[in-house]
Design a protein around this ligand. Structure first.
Ligand code: NAP
Length: 476
């Protein structure tokens, strides 16, 4: 496949290509360009022109185009799911979820934008403002660089792209290397739906090369990034010279606090969210903080429950757990399990790796001082279980991380759960369930090192625009 610059399919000016590999089979399923400076410059210059025209259109005219997008995506559903499954190793049954969210975001944001009005003030009594009328309006930012992670590529990218386009910006997409083909098709379909070719473009290649060229450019007005905290910090540092608007959705090591009076069977069912997408979900619960009175029972039930899932060929509709994104990622998770065992934990089941496949693992005897109990994010199907005795201890464990994305808590005592929710350092706290939750309208984002800013519904629209104040003086 080729990049899309100015609405035209094109190779890299230097002719370099990279391979797309199916992680389940190791087979090369396609190639894509590795863009160079010339390609990035051309793309950003066109993006500026696109932003000027698109941003000057009325909101109605823009949403009339964007309302076509859901229909076009739905029409290509089977093709997109098959490509995503082959490129990522995500079980085919789960690939549709990513598209469903994409369609929903486009629909919601087009609707939400119709209700986005500025504020107006008259006769504020502040000295010098009597008799003045003031109102605000939302204006586009310009060119938005949208950099997405591999795990839910359509969903995470759409959180950025749909909001940026609705608010009159042009977008330059930098896809994750491992899921490039799916996102090239995504961009082609945006153009097929009617988005101008200089308003939605995609440049491909490694993040450290092409991504870095994009974020360092003065032709970019905003950077919306979802990915690891490590790369997020690097991007902030590398782009600081131009003070771009930054939106950062970063990593997490979400706690799931389970009290002794919780419904354990329900708690175990909630663990599905750690298996989904082979454990590669930003807000999946990654630390199981379980009251000592039920810790062993929870672990036993969990091990038993895990025997009911099928790991294997992602293209088989019966498969529950596919591969990790690539063999390197599976080796990293294998090493993180081994590291935790070296620190004194016990591996109760799983953790066997074959290529990019890794069986779900349960780790017990995890203590608060171990890396996994603090800042070591495991992006795979691993359940580290840590015991506690008191509510204060549970909170200290949950908060002893520099991350703060989501958190979950289950207790038979809802007043206690609410008290715990008020003390958990997380952008979203889920009660009566695990941490995995992201409703389309809610503000989603991290406390501490899990991010900057919020995405979701109205919050995305505000993030992707700037508010201008107009003052009319001496009205009376
Ligand atoms: P990643 O390695 O940080 O990569 C994210 C994106 O950044 C990719 O497109 C990558 O391109 C690009 N990139 C890498 N280095 C860059 C640089 N120097 N300049 C510009 N772009 C660069 O993350 P990932 O492995 O794809 O995703 C997993 C991480 O994302 C986890 O930590 C997870 O928790 C987090 N995540 C957070 C959220 C959230 O909403 N908070 C959602 C999903 C995932 P290449 O692929 O070419 O390297």
């Amino acid at each position: 496949m080729e990049m899309l610059i100015g609405g035209k399919k094109c190779p890299a000016a230097g002719g370099e290509v990279l391979n797309a590999i199916n992680p389940a089979t190791g087979e090369v399923i396609g190639t894509f360009p590795s863009a160079g400076k010339e390609d990035v410059e051309r793309c950003l210059t066109l993006a500026r022109q696109g932003a000027e025209r698109w941003g000057a259109m009325s909101m109605d005219a823009r949403t009339a185009v964007l309302e076509n997008v859901p229909r076009v995506f739905e029409a290509h559903r089977d093709e997109l799911c098959a490509l995503l499954c082959a490129e990522m190793g995500k079980p085919i049954r789960q690939c549709g979820e990513d598209l469903d969210v994409t369609v929903e975001i486009f629909k919601n944001l087009c609707e939400e934008a119709r209700h986005l009005a500025g504020s107006s003030f008259m006769d504020l009594s502040a000295a010098g403002c009597m008799g003045d009328v003031q109102f605000t309006r939302y204006e586009p930012l310009g060119v938005v660089a949208c950099i997405a992670p591999f795990n839910f590529p359509f969903d995470t990218l759409t959180q950025k792209v749909a909001a940026a386009l609705v608010m009159g910006n042009s977008v330059v997409i930098k896809p994750p290397t491992d899921v490039t083909l799916s996102l090239i098709r995504y961009t082609e379909l945006l153009i097929e739906a009617g988005v101008p070719g200089d308003v939605a473009q995609i440049v491909t290649g490694h993040g450290a090369d092409v991504g870095d060229m994009v974020v360092r450019s003065e032709k970019v007005d905003a950077i919306s990034f979802t990915g690891s905290t490590e790369v997020g910090i690097e991007i902030c540092r590398n782009s600081a010279l131009y003070l771009h608007r930054m939106i950062m959705e970063l990593g997490g090591n979400d706690p799931f606090v389970i009290f002794g009076d919780a419904d354990l069977d329900h708690a175990v069912q909630e663990c599905w969210m750690r298996l989904r997408n082979c454990g590669q979900t930003c807000c999946a619960s990654k630390r199981y903080i379980v009251h000592n009175s039920v810790k062993n029972a929870f672990a036993e039930k969990l091990v038993q429950w895990l025997t009911g899932f099928k790991t294997g060929d992602p293209a088989d509709p019966a498969t529950d757990v596919g591969t990790l994104i690539n063999e390197r990622a599976a080796k990293e998770v294998e090493e993180q399990i081994a590291h935790t065992v070296r620190q004194g934990a016990k591996l109760l089941c799983g953790g066997e790796r074959k290529g990019a496949f890794l069986t779900p693992a349960v780790l017990v005897d995890v203590t608060p001082d171990m890396d996994v109990a603090k800042d070591m994010e495991i992006f795979g199907p691993v359940f580290p279980i840590i015991g506690f005795d008191t509510e204060e201890e549970a909170l200290a464990l949950a908060n002893q991380t520099s991350y703060g994305l989501n958190a979950g808590c289950m207790s038979g005592d809802m007043i206690r759960a609410l008290r715990v929710a008020s003390k958990l350092q997380a952008g979203t706290v889920v009660l009566n369930g695990c941490s995995t939750w992201r409703g389309p309208e809610i503000p989603f984002g991290g406390y501490k090192m899990s991010g900057l800013g919020r995405e979701g519904g109205r919050y995305s629209l505000l993030t992707m625009s700037q508010e201008k104040t107009v003052a009319i003086r001496y009205v009376r």
